[in-house]
Ligand binder design. Structure first.
Ligand SMILES: C[C@](O)(C(=O)O)[C@H](CC(=O)O)C(=O)O
Ligand SMILES: [Mg+2]
Length: 306
């Protein structure tokens, strides 16, 4: 194993391969969380917009920039092999802006993006008070995204937030229209019951993605359940993020209170384990491999061989 040789993101072709069956994507928010998700068994990753903002201590209200998102995307895809689905919110503007959004995220190693039909500033799809743009305006964004991708395998996911705003039927109509406009997959946001998930899959004939975020409007269905309802993908956007927040919250409190970590060292990931997650030894091996190569070159030059 070499980081230099083997740590290559598999990209859109691998995501398409998984999409033919079912994609189970773990929500991640930086490089180390992506590596931990892969260690846990995941072979597809999801870069949550709320996670990106949250990790910066910011709300999920369109306050983070495309540059920041692309940077995070690049950081993840350069240390993880699994294809990454990226939450591009509203596409960072109108159709014309979506073109640049797709170019930058594709160049940053994303395998898919989703753009949504909310009015800016967008909010979490499971909160009250959302507004949606017209279907036609969103159709233009979808079309722009499709036209802008370089790799045909790059997956364009259209998200509709219309269920909570205009009702179930409008969400169905929009999904069909976004598929007509060229979307490869529909992200149906904030359905409210298992029955709605079933009904939506019956009415919309195309690849569907379900969002299993916690503390929202949707029931927490399993990957297996969603697959049997006819879905092609599931994301668990913030599960690990929320777990990390809870763990950090308690560790800071305990540490501050006790003034030492002696009482809970056993609950920490060891140096050895952490190094194994990030492939520390492989970096060191690559480095000494390069050193040996250069030493060899120098020796050959010394002997007049080169
Ligand atoms: C999927 C989502 O877009 C995200 O940014 O992760 C959020 C998740 C959340 O806020 O719970 C959303 O559903 O809007
Ligand atoms: Mg989001």
């Amino acid at each position: 194993m070499s980081v230099l040789r083997d740590n290559v993101n598999l990209g859109p072709a691998e995501l398409r391969r998984q999409m033919a069956d079912f994609v189970t994507a773990a929500g991640v928010f930086n490089g180390i969380s992506a590596q931990l998700a892969e260690r846990g068994g995941f072979r597809a990753l999801y870069l949550s917009g709320s996670g990106v903002a949250g990790a910066m201590g910011l709300p999920d209200l369109s306050v983070t920039t495309l540059t920041e998102l692309a940077e995070e995307c690049r950081r993840i895809t350069s240390v993880a092999r699994s294809p990454l689905i990226v939450d591009a919110d509203t596409g960072f503007g109108e159709a014309i802006n979506v073109i640049r959004t797709v170019r930058l995220l594709e160049a940053a190693g994303a395998s898919a993006i989703h753009i949504e039909d909310q009015v800016m500033p967008k909010r979490c799809g499971h909160l009250e008070g959302k507004k949606v743009i017209g279907a036609e305006e969103m159709g233009m964004k979808v079309r722009a995204a499709v036209e802008a991708r370089k790799d045909e395998d790059f997956v364009i996911i259209a998200r509709t937030d219309a269920r909570a705003v205009n009702g179930f039927q409008d969400a169905v109509e929009r999904a069909k229209f976004y598929l007509d406009c060229g979307a490869d997959m529909i992200f149906i946001e904030a359905l409210e019951s298992e029955e709605e998930f079933r009904q939506f899959a019956r009415e919309v004939d195309g690849p569907l993605l379900a969002n299993m975020t916690e503390f929202g409007k949707s029931p927490l269905l399993s990957a297996q359940e969603l697959k049997s309802l006819g879905y092609r993908a599931v994301i668990f956007p913030l599960t690990a993020f929320r777990a990390a927040l809870k763990a950090m919250d308690s560790v800071y409190r305990d540490l501050f209170r006790a003034g030492t970590q002696r009482g809970f060292v056993d609950s920490l990931m060891t140096r050895k384990e952490f190094y194994s997650v990030i492939g520390y030894d492989q970096y060191a091996e690559d480095d000494s491999g390069i050193f040996r190569e250069v030493q060899g070159m120098q020796a050959r030059r010394g002997r007049g061989l080169i």
